[in-house]
Design a protein around this ligand. Structure first.
Ligand SMILES: [Zn+2]
Ligand SMILES: [Zn+2]
Length: 362
């Protein structure tokens, strides 16, 4: 689990009308769909998912928390205690009681705040304050210190946090209409912290949109949801793989998201089979490419190559010679190939066939 995590919503697009959980969201590009809440970290990895409309089962001690706030608490319920996680979310989720409930578990948070969610909180500025003016108020609930900061940008922005207030002040660049130039405007520290860490979900969304698993037919709601989760899991695995692979592999050998998904699909389809030809599944699934096609991996994935199952040598006849042995460092033109992997490999003069099927990294 990462130190900095953000909570945001995501829509699984669905236009069919047969699902009670379907929501309309005018702010999103795909307006109809199911709303899910996603906890994601700096690396883009998704650490938790909640469905909209799920029952609540985390009663915070003596604290009244509204429904959106309970989503945050449910997602945070899996965190280990006393590790000082930092959680970021927007005003839809935020209220003082959510932050107090989190802080009682040593989870520190920051979020934009709708003013009427904090009773008695008021900011009084001098008359016509200059842009960039800010005020911070402290509150104490159940022994937890909360810092509410209002910053006057082109309109007032209010942030509530349990770990950051206004100092040290920062400067942001803003366009001034009168002078028609960019001016430096002061801003409280909490703005910098919030802006830096919100939006991990946007990054993972950009990956989730690529090479989706789709179905040709007009599928049922639960199939759509299932495929969407397959997509999330595969993308998450790739992000984890990429993070680990960066330490041990050269950059050019790290699989792209497309190749990773293609190799995963191939492994799942061929797993446990003895032939290289997979039967077409009754549900026709294909991966749609949204970017320009690149060179395709010709070798089977290591999972298949090393699975010791059904790799039979077959003769291709001397008339078909021409393809070069796929074993690294061999340039012979063999008359045999592996039936399952569908690659040419020597077996007569030397045993590339065996080496190919037992060497972890070629
Ligand atoms: Zn093979
Ligand atoms: Zn060979």
């Amino acid at each position: 689990m990462e130190e900095h995590l953000s909570v945001d919503e995501q829509i699984i697009a669905y236009k069919g009308k047969k699902s009670a959980l379907r929501q309309y969201n005018p702010k999103k590009p795909k307006k109809w769909g199911w709303k899910i809440f996603v906890l994601s970290g700096r690396s883009g990895l998704i650490h938790g998912i909640e469905f909209y409309g799920q029952d609540v089962d985390v009663p915070p001690e003596g604290l009244q928390v509204n429904k959106p706030g309970q989503v945050v608490l449910r997602l945070a319920s899996k965190f280990p205690n006393d590790r000082n996680f930092k959680l970021y979310f927007d005003n839809w989720f935020n209220s003082p009681n959510v932050q107090v409930a989190l802080a009682l578990r040593d989870i520190w948070s920051i979020g934009t705040l709708i003013l009427n969610r904090a009773k008695g909180l008021k900011f009084e500025f001098d008359r016509s304050p200059p842009r960039g003016t800010h005020l911070t108020k402290c509150m104490k609930i159940q022994g937890v210190d909360l810092f509410a900061t209002q910053w006057l940008d082109n309109k007032p922005v209010t942030l509530l946090s349990t770990f950051v207030a206004s100092t040290p002040e920062i400067a942001v660049s803003r366009f001034d209409r009168q002078s028609k130039d960019f001016n430096s405007v002061p801003a409280p520290q909490c703005i910098a912290v919030y802006n830096k860490h919100m939006g991990y979900v946007d990054e993972i969304n950009s990956y989730l949109g690529r090479f989706r698993v789709t179905t040709h037919c007009r599928s049922r709601a639960y199939i759509k949801i299932f495929l969407n989760f397959v997509n999330i899991i595969a993308t998450n695995c790739w992000l984890q793989y990429r993070r680990d692979a960066e330490n041990v592999l050269e950059k050019k050998n790290i699989l792209s998201l497309y190749d990773f998904k293609a190799s995963l699909a191939e492994s799942l389809c061929r797993e446990g089979t003895t032939s290289g030809h997979t039967k077409r599944a009754s549900l026709e699934i294909h991966m749609s490419r949204t970017s320009r096609p690149g060179p395709r991996a010709k070798l089977p994935s290591a999972d298949i190559r090393l699975d010791n199952l059904g790799h039979w040598p077959i003769s291709i006849g001397s008339g078909n010679r021409g393809a070069i042995c796929k074993m690294t460092g061999c340039s012979a033109k063999p008359v045999t190939k592996c039936e399952k992997c569908d690659v040419h490999l020597c077996i007569v003069s030397k045993n590339c066939f065996k080496v190919f099927h037992i060497t972890p990294v070629l």
